[in-house]
Design a protein around this ligand. Structure first.
Ligand SMILES: [Zn+2]
Length: 151
């Protein structure tokens, strides 16, 4: 997988992971990331709610992530109503950057692209079976995708 950052003129150039946004985008960081899949498709990560992107939480980190989330909620519970929004945002951004890595699926060839442990590069994995769905990272139901009323 070749990583790239969109520059003037829309050129895709190889880049280090440090130019890429952290999962979900952190204010002040570059949010114009894109990369070229080996099949030629350009995978863009320039907004939220992407159907071809997920966030990977290693099982080894699950309990620590949940513990820290619980602690964050407890800290906010002690604050006056309405005063904890910035603290909640800051806490969530910190948890994302500490525990989650980006995972992308190419909508054309179905390759999964996974960030390395140090977030410095990505690795791609080609589906073994022809006909593997290319939307494995999308939300599974219309209601959950927020594009249809919940029955
Ligand atoms: Zn592809």
């Amino acid at each position: 997988m070749v990583l790239g950052v969109e520059k003037a003129g829309g050129v895709v150039k190889p880049s280090s992971r440090s130019e890429r946004p952290t999962p979900g985008g952190v204010p002040g960081e570059n949010t114009q990331m894109k990369f070229a899949c080996p099949c030629g498709e350009v995978i863009r990560d320039q907004t939220d709610f992407l159907p071809h992107k997920a966030h990977l939480l290693p099982d080894q980190s699950l309990e620590k992530f949940e513990d820290e989330l619980w602690l964050l909620v407890e800290q906010l519970r002690l604050k006056p109503v309405g005063s904890g929004q910035k603290a909640l945002w800051d806490g969530m951004v910190r948890l994302r950057s500490l525990y989650l890595r980006a995972l992308y699926q190419c909508p054309v060839c179905g390759r999964l692209n996974v960030d390395s442990l140090d977030h410095q590069r990505g690795y791609s994995f080609v589906p073994e079976e022809e006909g593997t769905p290319c939307n494995l990272l999308a939300t599974s139901t219309r209601a959950a995708r927020d594009d249809a009323p919940i029955p």
